[in-house]
Design a binder for this molecule. Structure first.
Ligand SMILES: Cc1ncc(C[n+]2csc(CCOP(=O)(O)OP(=O)(O)O)c2C)c(N)n1
Ligand code: SF4
Length: 289
């Protein structure tokens, strides 16, 4: 079953001339290691923003701290590289202060699911219209290769010399369990698929989550790099998955770490009112008194 398109997310193009990637690429040269998956993520993001058609001055891009959290600096959107783990609270404040902005939030698996993990359920249940992109490389890249919350059990890292003894967090199952209305997973190795799902996430009116398996070439597992991922990926659309079926999505999400499913796991076909819409309605009600 296909997901009905949603058009009430404020994503209608407001620029006169068609936008190009140049409109979103900043002058700052990325300093990621050559081959880092995050290069592909920023490219997919530029492409998605071109397709959305809103100019850079209508976009705010918020991140935490980490290699992946550098990403707002490589765009011409308004950017805020906040503190480690605090991108979501800052982004929610920005969206509440100016609901007309298209708000993107990004960071690593460490930023989002260890130090910032406590913010995720609350951002989901509050349901502001923002898109949260996690570059999940299963490692702390910026601080030189310690284990992260998504490091697989048994993996040897600079802080788990004999192999991790911990069960990893499953980001897909976690956000689905908390009730996120849009949940997808992509790979920089599948640029077309990744671009489409970021675009769909932005268009979804409410909290949307995209987990990106973005390999760390320097500290990551050599068997979890782009070529291997590309060979391993299974597109949910090819498997006939119905993205409106939340329970099936949760079932598929349980395979995180073993199967590499890509595409939209879940998209709520009847998105509820967002927090920002409710604030506007409340303001209008009070002003009318
Ligand atoms: C409060 C605080 N604690 C710890 C750090 C150190 N620190 C910076 S980035 C980071 C983890 C980075 O890993 P991740 O968020 O997964 O992003 P990546 O670098 O892998 O993209 C840590 C522990 C910090 N900057 N601030
Ligand atoms: S350390 Fe890893 S995550 Fe950081 S820039 Fe290098 S390859 Fe990318």
């Amino acid at each position: 079953m296909s997901v009905p398109s949603t058009t009430d997310c404020g994503c209608a193009p407001s620029a006169a001339a068609p936008l190009t990637i140049k409109d979103f690429r900043s002058d700052l040269k990325p300093i990621w290691c050559p081959g880092c998956g995050d290069y592909g993520v920023v490219t997919a993001l530029y492409r998605a923003l071109v397709n959305i058609g809103r100019p850079a001055h209508e976009v705010a891009f918020i991140s935490g701290i980490g290699c992946s959290s550098r990403i707002p600096g490589y765009t011409t959107a308004y950017g805020f590289n906040t503190v480690h783990g605090r991108a979501l609270p800052v982004a929610q404040g920005i969206k509440m202060a100016n609901p007309d902005l298209l708000v993107l939030v990004a960071g690593g698996d460490g930023d989002g699911f260890s130090i910032g993990g406590g913010h995720v359920p609350h951002a989901i249940r509050r349901n502001l219209d923002l898109t949260y992109i996690v570059m999940d490389n299963h490692i702390y890249g910026l601080t030189k290769g310690q284990m992260s919350p998504t490091t697989p059990r048994g993996a040897k890292t600079n802080s788990t010399t004999y192999g991790s003894l911990e069960e990893p967090v499953n980001p897909l199952l976690y956000v689905l369990a908390y009730g996120a209305g849009f949940v997808a997973q992509g790979l920089p190795a599948d640029m077309e698929g990744l671009t489409k799902m970021i675009e769909a996430a932005i268009r979804y009116p409410g909290f949307s989550f995209v987990n990106i398996q973005s390999p760390c070439v320097t500290f990551g597992d050599p068997n979890d790099q782009m070529k291997v991922q590309k060979a391993k990926m299974k597109k949910l659309a090819d498997l006939g998955h119905d993205p409106t079926n939340r329970l099936r999505a949760m079932d598929l999400a349980q395979a995180y770490g073993t199967e590499l499913y890509t595409g939209i796991f879940y998209q709520n076909p009847t998105p509820p009112e967002t927090y920002d819409q409710m604030i506007r309605a409340r303001q209008a009600e009070l002003q009318a008194k």
